[in-house]
Design a protein around this ligand. Structure first.
Ligand SMILES: Nc1ncnc2c1ncn2[C@@H]1O[C@H](COP(=O)(O)OP(=O)(O)OP(=O)(O)O)[C@@H](O)[C@H]1O
Length: 338
C-alpha cells in the first residue's frame, strides 16, 4: 500500500462572472453566469511510505489545490485519492489522526493564547493521551528549541519561531504523513537550515512520509530524492532529482584563477577538440563551460599542466536554473514518466 495514492485526480472551480456596468450588474442579479477553471487536470502519482517528495511548479500550477484535496479540505471533481488508506474527504475523523499539515502562509495555532495552550487543545483534538503527549512534547521542544517560546502568545513570535511551533503542532499526534505547503517561506537562511535538518531527522527516525510544496529549490536539494513538477494542472515531470539534473543540466562550469595574466586564445588552444567554451572574467580569471558528456578531468589535466594556477572552483548544475529552463521551454513535456 502506498502512503499516498492519487489516480486521475481533477479539480474544477466554478467562478462567478461579473458582467460590466449597471445593466450587467442587473443581469447578474437575475441570472448568474459562471466560468470554470480546471486547477488540477487528471493527475496520477503514488508515494511510498517514508519518501520525501517535492511538489513544485510555478504560481497557479495547482499545488495548493492538490494538497487541499489530499488533506480532505477540498472535494475532488473527479478521480481517486487514498492517503494512509483513507479517502480524505470522506473519512475525515479517522483520516486526520494520521496526517500533519503545515500551511506556511496560515497558522493552525491560536493567536492570542500561549503556544503550550494551543498544543494542549490540539492534544484533545487528536485524542493524544497525557503521558504520550508529554513524551512527544519533550522531544519536539528539545529538537525544535521551543523552550523559551511555550508560554508566549503566538502573535508575539517571530516568523521563524512561529514556524517551529507550527511544525511541532502538526506533529503532536506523531502522524505518518506530513504535508508541508511552503514551510520555509519568508524565513532567513539559519531557520531554513534548522527546519530542513529537523525534517530530515524526523523522516529518518519515524519514516514519516513528507509531501513538500516549495518555491525554494534549496529545500528540494536538501530534502527530496524525488520531485513532481506541475505545470498548468498537469504533471510534467515525476522522477529523481539527480535524474532531472542529468537530463536537463547543462553541464559544469570551472573557474580558474591563474598566477599571472592569462591568454584566452592560448586556453582555447589547450582544450582544442573538446566542445567547451571559454570566457574571460578578468585579467587573471577565466571560466570554462563543460557539457555533461565531457569529462571535467580531461579539461583540467590539459590546463593544469601548462599554466600556473592559484585556485579552481567547480560550479555544479544548479537546480534553480534547470527548473526555470523547464518551465520556460516546457521541454519536460517529452520526458514525463508517470
Ligand atoms: N477557491 C478557488 N476558486 C477559484 N479558483 C481557484 C481557487 N483556488 C485556486 N484556484 C485557481 O486554481 C489554479 C491553481 O491554484 P493553486 O493555488 O492550486 O496554485 P499553486 O500552484 O498552489 O500556486 P501558488 O504557488 O501561487 O500557491 C489557479 O488558477 C487559481 O486561481
Amino acid at each position: 500500500m502506498f502512503a499516498i495514492d492519487v489516480q486521475d485526480l481533477r479539480k474544477e472551480f466554478k467562478i462567478q462572472k461579473n458582467r460590466e456596468g449597471v445593466t450587467g450588474a442587473l443581469k447578474d442579479l437575475f441570472r448568474r453566469e459562471y466560468t470554470h477553471v480546471t486547477a488540477v487536470k487528471d493527475i496520477s502519482f503514488q508515494i511510498p511510505k517514508g519518501e520525501i517528495c517535492g511538489y513544485i511548479g510555478e504560481n497557479g500550477a495547482g499545488k495548493s489545490t492538490t494538497i487541499k484535496m489530499l488533506t480532505g479540505i477540498l472535494v475532488p471533481t473527479a478521480g481517486h485519492i487514498k492517503v494512509n488508506g483513507f479517502v480524505p474527504h470522506q473519512e475525515r475523523e479517522k483520516f486526520v489522526q494520521g496526517i500533519g499539515v503545515v500551511f506556511g502562509q496560515r497558522s493552525q495555532l491560536w493567536w492570542d493564547i500561549g503556544v503550550i495552550e494551543s498544543f494542549q487543545l490540539l492534544r484533545k483534538v487528536y485524542k493524544v493521551g497525557e503521558k504520550e503527549f508529554k513524551l512527544r512534547l519533550d522531544e519536539l521542544v528539545e529538537r525544535l528549541q521551543l523552550n523559551e517560546l511555550l508560554n508566549r502568545p503566538v502573535r508575539k513570535l517571530s516568523l521563524g519561531q512561529r514556524m517551529r511551533c507550527e511544525l511541532a503542532a502538526s506533529l503532536i499526534h506523531n502522524p505518518e504523513i506530513l504535508f508541508l505547503d511552503e514551510p520555509t517561506i519568508g524565513l532567513d537562511i539559519v531557520v531554513k537550515t534548522e527546519i530542513r535538518d529537523f525534517l530530515k531527522s524526523l523522516n529518518q527516525r519515524y519514516e514519516t512520509t513528507i509531501l513538500l510544496t516549495t518555491h525554494d529549490l534549496q529545500d528540494i536539494e536538501a530534502l527530496c530524492s524525488r520531485v513532481i513538477m506541475l505545470d498548468d494542472g498537469q504533471i510534467i515531470y515525476d522522477g529523481g532529482l539527480e535524474e532531472m539534473k542529468e537530463k536537463w543540466g547543462k553541464g559544469k562550469e570551472v573557474q580558474f584563477q591563474f598566477a599571472d595574466r592569462h591568454d584566452i586564445t592560448k586556453l582555447r588552444l589547450l582544450t582544442a577538440g573538446l566542445p567547451v567554451e571559454w570566457s574571460e572574467e578578468n585579467e587573471v580569471t577565466a571560466k570554462v563551460w563543460i557539457p555533461l558528456d565531457v569529462n571535467v578531468s580531461d579539461v583540467l589535466s590539459r590546463v593544469v599542466g601548462s599554466t600556473e594556477i592559484r585556485d579552481i572552483k567547480i560550479f555544479e548544475t544548479n537546480t534553480d536554473d534547470i527548473v526555470r529552463e523547464i518551465y520556460k521551454t516546457g521541454s519536460a513535456g517529452e520526458a514525463v514518466h508517470v
